[in-house]
Design a protein around this ligand. Structure first.
Ligand code: SF4
Length: 369
């Protein structure tokens, strides 16, 4: 609840205006105020899908250069499917949420192998692709195929929460059902292509999180949050969870030729398939220097690593405290190479998809060897 005396609410099923009014107002507004973006003006499902996957939990500004680089390298879904996962991860490096890159690659292969290189044109078919949920499928179906399908990304969720003055945790199951119902009811049969982009644009440029610009909003006369003076308080914030902290130690390890030891993370799990310097988890109460010493011992290597730095990196679900140790070996290394671990020179290192925390460690290499 926002206020102690709760204002009268619409019943869950009631839509307090003709749904067509929302579409008409949004489409008029979009005609003059819609954003110009590199993926606008195309109905190519490959381009629409690529943009929608990149935009999941990522801002437009961050996505644009990646979108352009991907298209320059992979002009169509066949080119993406034929690429190696390492190349895809390298191009994706820095955009975050790397499961998206792995899913992108897997979905491209699925489109080629199971759909003859054509994207499915149904919600079920699109949702069968890795990384495509209900909202992304709705966006692709609306934008690329001009079929009415509801979307509920972060921007739309905020607009609907305000438009209907949703005064409950918007992530609860009950709220989720209402939001989808409203999204469905408002999606017009005509021009779903423009409508989908219009409502996303409204959330991105007018109905923004902290300071909604109600005065220029095409939905202001319909908006319940505006009528109730709750536009800045809705949607209600989700309860904040305490972010756990994880401690790791990474070894910046040079051999006698100056090459660096790097390992690939398992494909399944966090940052799957990305590369990093050899890393050990530090359990509560354990000493990072001793943990790195044990790691070297188990690898049959002698040497005294020195701590060269420490950095923090924030992930969505935890905060990483990364302790950096340097070791320069004066003799040739006998530690095996293979698909998962290699010795690389700095030129080759620059071409590997190194994940963000370990990219931050690169300046510390100067202190090693
Ligand atoms: S009137 Fe204000 S709160 Fe309501 S949809 Fe428009 S910008 Fe959002």
């Amino acid at each position: 609840m926002v206020a102690s005396s709760r204002p009268p609410q619409q019943s869950d099923n009631e839509i307090p205006f003709a749904p067509a009014q929302v579409a008409r107002r949004l489409l008029n507004w979009y005609g003059s105020e819609g954003r110009v973006l590199p993926w606008r003006g195309t109905r190519d499902p490959y381009r629409v899908w690529l943009a929608e996957i990149m935009l999941q939990q990522t801002t437009v500004d961050a996505v644009i250069p990646y979108y352009e680089r991907f298209l320059a390298r992979f002009a169509d879904v066949g080119a993406l499917a034929a690429a190696s996962i390492d190349e895809v991860l390298t191009l994706w490096a820095g955009l975050g949420y790397y499961a998206r890159a792995r899913n992108l690659h897997a979905a491209a292969r699925q489109v080629v192998e199971q759909h003859g290189g054509f994207f499915p044109d149904s919600l079920e078919g699109l949702q069968g692709l890795p990384g495509v949920g209900r909202s992304t499928a709705g966006a692709i179906l609306s934008i690329a195929f001009d079929r009415p399908a509801p979307i509920l990304d972060g921007n739309v969720r905020r607009v609907l929460s305000r438009l209907f003055a949703l005064q409950e945790n918007p992530r609860s199951t009950a709220a989720e059902k209402k939001l989808w119902r409203w999204a469905e009811a408002l999606t017009p049969a005509d021009c779903p292509h423009d409508y989908a982009q219009a409502i996303m644009d409204l959330g991105a440029t007018v109905c923004v999180p902290r300071q909604p610009q109600c005065i220029v909003c095409p939905l202001d006369v319909l908006c319940r949050a505006r009528a109730l003076g709750l536009e800045k308080q809705l949607p209600l914030p989700a309860a904040r969870k305490k972010v756990p902290e994880i401690v790791q130690a990474a070894l910046l390890w040079r051999d006698c030729s100056g090459r660096l030891r790097v390992c690939r993370r398992p494909y399944q799990g966090l940052l799957g398939g990305m590369w990093e310097f050899p890393t050990v988890e530090i359990a509560d109460g354990d000493d990072p220097a001793q943990a790195i010493g044990r790691f070297l011992q188990e690898s049959g290597v002698s040497g005294e690593p020195q701590e060269v730095g420490r950095l923090r990196h924030i992930y969505s679900h935890f905060c990483l405290d990364l302790r950096l140790f340097g070791l320069a070996s004066s003799s040739a290394q006998t530690v095996a190479e293979g698909d998962e671990c290699r010795w690389v020179d700095e030129e080759a290192l620059a071409l590997l998809p190194l994940h963000g925390a370990h990219k931050k460690a690169l300046p510390y290499l100067r202190q090693v060897g």
